[in-house]
Structures are given as structure tokens and as C-alpha cells.
Design a protein around this ligand. Structure first.
Ligand SMILES: NC(=O)c1ccc[n+]([C@@H]2O[C@H](COP(=O)([O-])OP(=O)(O)OC[C@H]3O[C@@H](n4cnc5c(N)ncnc54)[C@H](O)[C@@H]3O)[C@@H](O)[C@H]2O)c1
Ligand SMILES: C[C@@H](O)[C@H](N)C(=O)O
Length: 449
């Protein structure tokens, strides 16, 4: 791939009307109101006289924007004081059953700031429903469709909803529930979660490293504002929330060989900065509000039947396609650029494993996972064992090269192994054989049809 082809990938994404609309129209949705968990706790005054009295708190519209929390706090205090006075005699009266009041309070919203530090938001867990009800955001990218397939096998087709802002191909549309969802549209997201009784939210929407650098405002909106919407909705509805992070969450001052879970994180891309932000916000919501936040830092993911979305590690997918189609590959990274990589099957299995892991096994909420680590030269040599005629030329893209040079070379995933038994299955030789078999079979099928 050349620098020119980088631009064309970028212009595909940034040129989408929907995406441009997002940037121009971004109006941060109100941080959600949060319910008090699904188990009613014994009532303490103050309490509410009637739902109508406070309905504006839950139905605050977009005009609240960033100021919503400040505004709602200011609005709530006099209301709280008035209602305390009104509620006291009601609470003391034997005529009014406490149960009715308990039921009402479960609809009352609090902003995250108004929740006491010992508040507990528990997820609607396995034991409470037959299966989790899963929503995947950004599901039409490289990873979402494969994850939906795996989860549907486990929990039933209709319990896993894929969503995205793009139009799904027929194969995806007819393989299970698909819904339009823009993560920047807070109300629409909340509606989807409520109407479909979602209990697990897998948040895949993002702009990856290279496209992020080409459109920083859009990356900031999708990766940071979008994440805020997701966090608030997950906390409000007691969801289990999975957000992937990346090797890109580290930077040039991090130890690079190997990179441990806990070390300096000073990434130099908007993608990396937004992912460190996601890790920290998710963990903060976990410790502060009890949100069941789970996060894995993925290496570069390699897949045969889905295309990468504009990252620095994309070369390791493209080489297989070009090897089969033309026997020639132009690599946009230098031959000795070492990066951690993983076959998609391992990545998706790790995701399901950490989602299913009992909370008591998780000593941390953000884990590195690893499989292999190679350079373009080593990958080429492994492919050439099967296709000796493959020709590779190097035409470095300076943006991607600078990013790759700041990322880990090897990833230390010993905590994931120790805590929840993570172990990868695919090393470089198995990866190459599997990719080539898959793509060759596909090429034969296309020729036959
Ligand atoms: N693929 C990898 O190598 C890799 C590695 C590390 C981490 N990750 C992370 O895994 C997740 C999934 O990665 P991927 O490779 O499938 O990404 P991708 O770029 O292929 O797909 C992202 C999807 O997000 C969607 N999206 C963009 N803006 C949106 C919006 N406003 N609302 C809803 N959806 C929107 C896009 O349409 C796209 O389908 C991302 O968070 C990524 O950071 C991926
Ligand atoms: C590594 C990962 O986050 C993504 N594939 C990227 O290169 O941006």
C-alpha cells in the first residue's frame, strides 16, 4: 500500500455524509440519569411525591448538553428539599405503603455525580435471565460480525443485536438482528437498550489509528464523546460493558519489549489518547459507581473474511489478499517494524472469555492479551514458505511508520493468563496456513460461481 492508498482509505471514511454530519452536529447528549440498580433498596427520606414532579430530570433534552450535570444538580436541590418536606409525613403515615414509593424511586434519575460512592449497580447477570441480551456497536467493522456469530452460537441468534451507521450487506442482514445506531445519538442508544432489554453492551465503534490522524475532530467525537454516551447508558441500565483498547494505548515512553499492563501511557495519536481515556473512564465508573466494565487491549488483528478499518497494522491483512490476487505486495511499514499481532479467532474467544469470567477472578479491569509478534520481513518469509513467488516491496507511509515506531513490540499478557486463564492458540505458522487456506478456498469458490 502506498501513501496514496492511505489517503483513499481515509477519504472513504471522512467523506461519508453521516460521519461529517456527526462532527458538525455533535451536541453532547445529556449524561444519562442513572437508576439505583435493579434491586430496590429500603427507602430513606428524601423521597418523591409523584413521578410528574421530577419528570424533567429524566427527560432532559439535548439543550442540556455539557452543562446538564451542573444544571440538573442546581435544579434538583430545591426539588429535593421541597420533596423531603412533603415526603416525610407520607413516609411516616401507615396509610401509604412503602412499596409504592420504592417502585417510584426506581424511575428517578441521578447523574453520576449524585450517586454515593458505595452505590451498587449490578449487571443483569446470567442467573437473572436465560441468556444475556447483547448489543454490539460499530458491528460492521473488522471484528463485529465475527463476534456476533460466536455469541449467537452461544446465546441464540435473537439475543445478539449488531448495530452500525452503515448499511449491512445481505449476508449480515439476514443472519440475525441488525439495527441502525449512531453512538453519538444518546437518546436513540438509550431507546435501543431499553426496548431490547439489553444486558451486555460491546462497544466496537471507533476510528482506528491511521484514519483517526486524518480526521481528528471526527475521531475525538466518535472515540471520546461516543464513549461518554456508552458509559452513561451502561451505568444507568446496569449493563456489563466491554470496550476494547489496543496496543495503540501506549507510546514512545512506554517500555516496548515487552509492554506490561501497568506502565507509562503517553500515546501520540488521537486514537491512543481516546483509548487511554476509555480505559481510565471505564475503571473510574467501575470503582465509583460499580459499573461492570471489562476491557482488553487487543494487538493488531488479522482476519480473512473481514477488512480492517484503517489502522497501522492493516498491512498484515493486506499481504495475504495481494499474495493471492497478484503475487506482489507493497508494504507501508519498514521490513523490521515489530508489532504484536493476533488471529481473529483468538481475539474473539478472549473477548467472550473475559465477558463470561466471574467478577471475582478479575483483579484488574483492563488486560493486555497477546499471541505473536513479528515484522513485515518475518511475515513475508512465512508466506513465502507457501508461495515462494511472492514479491514484496517496501514503500513506507511516514504517518503509519511513526505510529508503529511508538507502539509496543511485544505484549506481556501474564495477568490475563493468571487471572482468567487466557492462552492464545495461533502462532505465526498456524496464522499463515489458516489465512492462505481460507483465502484460497474463497478464490476457488468465486471462480467456480
Ligand atoms: N482491528 C484491530 O486490529 C483492533 C486492534 C485493537 C483494538 N481494536 C478495537 O476493536 C474495536 C473494533 O475494531 P474494528 O477493527 O472492527 O474497527 P473498524 O474500524 O473496522 O469498525 C468500526 C466501526 O465503527 C463504526 N462507526 C463509526 N462511527 C460510528 C458512529 N458514530 N456510531 C456507530 N458506529 C460507528 C464504523 O462504521 C465501523 O463499522 C475498535 O474499538 C478498535 O479500536 C481493533
Ligand atoms: C492496533 C489496532 O488498534 C488497529 N489495528 C490499528 O492499527 O489502529
Amino acid at each position: 500500500m502506498t501513501a496514496g492508498s492511505t489517503v483513499s482509505v481515509v477519504s472513504n471514511i471522512s467523506g461519508s455524509a453521516a460521519c461529517r454530519g456527526n462532527v458538525l452536529c455533535v451536541r453532547p447528549s445529556p449524561p444519562s440519569s442513572m437508576t439505583c440498580g435493579t434491586t430496590p433498596t429500603p427507602l430513606k427520606a428524601p423521597d418523591w411525591q409523584s413521578l410528574e414532579d421530577v419528570s424533567y430530570i429524566n427527560h432532559a433534552d439535548a439543550s442540556f448538553g455539557q452543562d446538564y450535570m451542573r444544571t440538573s444538580e442546581a435544579l434538583m436541590m430545591p426539588v429535593l428539599r421541597t420533596l423531603t418536606r412533603t415526603a416525610k409525613p407520607i413516609l411516616q403515615s401507615s396509610v401509604c405503603g412503602c412499596q409504592a414509593l420504592v417502585t417510584q424511586t426506581r424511575f428517578i434519575g441521578f447523574s453520576p455525580r449524585q450517586v454515593p460512592s458505595d452505590a451498587s449497580f449490578h449487571s443483569v447477570s446470567f442467573s437473572e435471565t436465560d441468556h444475556p441480551r447483547v448489543l454490539i456497536t460499530g458491528g460492521l467493522g473488522q471484528l463485529g460480525v465475527g463476534l456476533a456469530k460466536l455469541l449467537r452460537k452461544q446465546y441464540g441468534k435473537n439475543n445478539v443485536i449488531l448495530s452500525d451507521i452503515r448499511k449491512p450487506p445481505d449476508t449480515v442482514f439476514y443472519s440475525g438482528p441488525f439495527i441502525y445506531s449512531d453512538i453519538l445519538d444518546y437518546k436513540n442508544l438509550r431507546e435501543i437498550v431499553v426496548n431490547n432489554r439489553i444486558s451486555w453492551l460491546i462497544h466496537y465503534s471507533a476510528l482506528l489509528s491511521a484514519v483517526g490522524e486524518a480526521n481528528v475532530p471526527l475521531a475525538r467525537a466518535v472515540n471520546i464523546t461516543g464513549l461518554h454516551n456508552i458509559l452513561d447508558i451502561a451505568a444507568e441500565h446496569g449493563l456489563r460493558l466491554f470496550v476494547p483498547s489496543t496496543i495503540g494505548a501506549f507510546g514512545p515512553s512506554s517500555p516496548r519489549n515487552p509492554t506490561p499492563d501497568l506502565c507509562i501511557q503517553r500515546p501520540r495519536t488521537i486514537y491512543g489518547v481516546s483509548k487511554v481515556h476509555a480505559e481510565l473512564m471505564g475503571e473510574y465508573y467501575h470503582y465509583r459507581y460499580g459499573l461492570d466494565f471489562r476491557c482488553l487491549r487487543y494487538p493488531g488483528i488479522i482476519s480473512a473474511d473481514s477488512q480492517p478499518g484503517g489502522g497501522t497494522t492493516d498491512y498484515a491483512v493486506q499481504i495475504f489478499h495481494d499474495a493471492i490476487k497478484t503475487g506482489r505486495f507493497e508494504c507501508n511499514l519498514k521490513p523490521d517494524t515489530r508489532l504484536p499481532m493476533m488471529y481473529i479467532e483468538d481475539c474473539l474467544r478472549a473477548t467472550v472469555e473475559v465477558l463470561e469470567a466471574p467478577a471475582e477472578l478479575l483483579s484488574m479491569r483492563t488486560y493486555n492479551i497477546n499471541a505473536m509478534s513479528f515484522t513485515p520481513e518475518e511475515l513475508t518469509q512465512e508466506v513465502q514458505k507457501h508461495m515462494p513467488e511472492l514479491e514484496v516491496v517496501y514503500k513506507t507511509d511516514p504517518v503509519r511508520q511513526a505510529i508503529a515506531d511508538s507502539w509496543p513490540m511485544n505484549f506481556d499478557d501474564s495477568n490475563a493468563s493468571k487471572d482468567w486463564g487466557w492462552k492464545h492458540e495461533y502462532d505465526l505458522p498456524e496464522l499463515v496456513t489458516t489465512m492462505l487456506n481460507h483465502l484460497n478456498a474463497e478464490a476457488v469458490a468465486v471462480q467456480a460461481s
